[in-house]
Design a protein around this ligand. Structure first.
Ligand SMILES: [Zn+2]
Length: 404
């Protein structure tokens, strides 16, 4: 098991890193004794003890009773203080903005959702994002100085170096927009940004603790489809920060895609494409938007409508085929399925994806692939975005708090 990323180092000058590792290990375990903590982090008892003392003094960690006796002295358990600080996650998707306020233990304190403004130009969307944030903080009643920052989950592709969103699909006329800085200026808080699939994978890792340690692929199915990649407990972003953009992999056939190419996965798996397939197969959606019609399709499928089930199975097959390639390339054995497109049909999609993977993954005898439903439901993007802020590597305020 490669767990190196969660081990500390006993070298000097890395106090902040060790503090982050210790804090994260406590959070992932819920409750843990100092002895176990030293084992997990590989820090010396002395280093570990100093760090824990500092975390307690700063109000980030508290002692929480004793572990059951195993004969010797009962061990004091440590836990993160959930209310010490908060972070806000905002997910921008082509239909709506979802926001959550997360406590230090990763619990969702409050959520809110609003439709995108009719004028979905960047300034109006940034204003709506800032309003969602202010509303969350106000409704939660917490002091804004206790908010570590804001995480923004957006549809890719991104230019992380310039903190820009690059022509997101379904947001016409956007071009390259430095959204993170625009929101930061309006909100007066540090903003970190990632694509929605990667954010969702990070949220899953946070929420899942030991169940989501190691390596897995998170397939995020919303208006479009993308994956977040976690390898050996580390999120893999790639050279340009766009790892996991599988929506425009060639999946065969010559169907036109909204990106201008042909044969892309999203030409079969986007909500829009699936609704079009349903129509072509005789379905008669009554919704006034793609999202409404897609929801209608899913409800019908969940009720056993054979036509609706067939259309969804076709799309799930295409996704499964793409995931078979991903699994073989990365050599991972766990796929997590999540995102708003799975509402009502999670089991149906998962069964089909599992079936395709079982058939198409190379060398299943050494790597049987397990397909699991996501632990976080539709709010995965927003919760993941808020989790980004709790990840010391991306959060200036948390990094400062954890010290040099
Ligand atoms: Zn495409």
């Amino acid at each position: 098991m490669a767990q190196a990323s969660w081990q500390g180092t006993n070298l000097p000058r890395v106090g902040g890193f060790n503090r982050a590792v210790v804090l994260d290990t406590i959070r992932r375990h819920g409750e843990i004794s100092r002895v176990e903590l030293a084992q997990h982090t590989r820090l010396t008892a002395q280093t570990m003890s100093n760090i824990v003392r500092a975390l307690i003094a700063d109000g980030l960690v508290t002692e929480n009773g004793h572990a059951p006796s195993t004969g010797g002295k009962r061990r004091v358990l440590l836990k993160v203080v959930p209310d010490a600080y908060s972070s806000v996650g905002l997910h921008l998707d082509p239909e709506r903005i979802t926001g959550v306020l997360l406590d230090m233990a990763g619990g969702v304190r409050i959520r809110s959702t609003r439709r995108l403004p009719d004028d979905a130009a960047p300034p109006a969307v940034a204003a709506a994002l800032a309003r969602t944030l202010q509303q969350l903080v106000r409704r939660s009643g917490i002091d804004e100085s206790r908010v570590l920052g804001v995480g923004l989950a957006v549809p890719g592709p991104l230019d992380p170096a310039h903190r820009q969103v690059l022509s997101p699909p379904n947001l016409a006329g956007w071009g390259a927009v430095p959204l993170a800085d625009i929101v930061a200026e309006r909100a007066g808080l540090p903003v970190v940004m990632d694509n929605d699939a990667t954010a969702a994978a990070i949220g899953e890792r946070w929420a899942g603790g030991e169940h989501r340690s190691g390596s897995f692929v998170y397939a995020y199915w919303g208006s479009g489809v993308g994956i977040g990649v976690v390898l050996d407990d580390q999120v893999h972003r790639g050279v340009s920060g766009n790892a996991g953009e599988i929506g425009h992999l060639n999946s065969g056939g010559g169907r036109g895609c909204h990106c201008g190419r042909r044969g892309c996965l999203e030409a079969h798996c986007s909500m829009r494409a699936i609704v079009a397939d349903w129509r072509a197969a005789g379905g008669e959606p009554t919704g006034t938007s793609t999202a409404q019609s897609y929801e209608e399709l899913c409800r019908r499928a969940a009720d056993g409508d054979a036509g609706a089930v067939k259309v969804l199975r076709q799309a799930a097959t295409k996704l499964g085929q793409a995931l078979a390639t991903v699994v073989s390339v990365l050599d991972v054995d766990r796929v997590v399925l999540g995102g708003p497109a799975l509402r009502h049909v999670s089991d149906l999609v998962r069964a089909q994806v599992s079936k395709v993977l079982a058939k198409q993954v190379w060398a299943p005898e050494v790597r049987p692939v397990q397909v699991s439903p996501a632990l976080i439901g539709e709010d995965a993007g927003a919760v993941g975005a808020a989790s980004l802020v709790l990840d010391h590597a991306y959060s200036p305020r948390l990094a400062t708090l954890l010290g040099p």
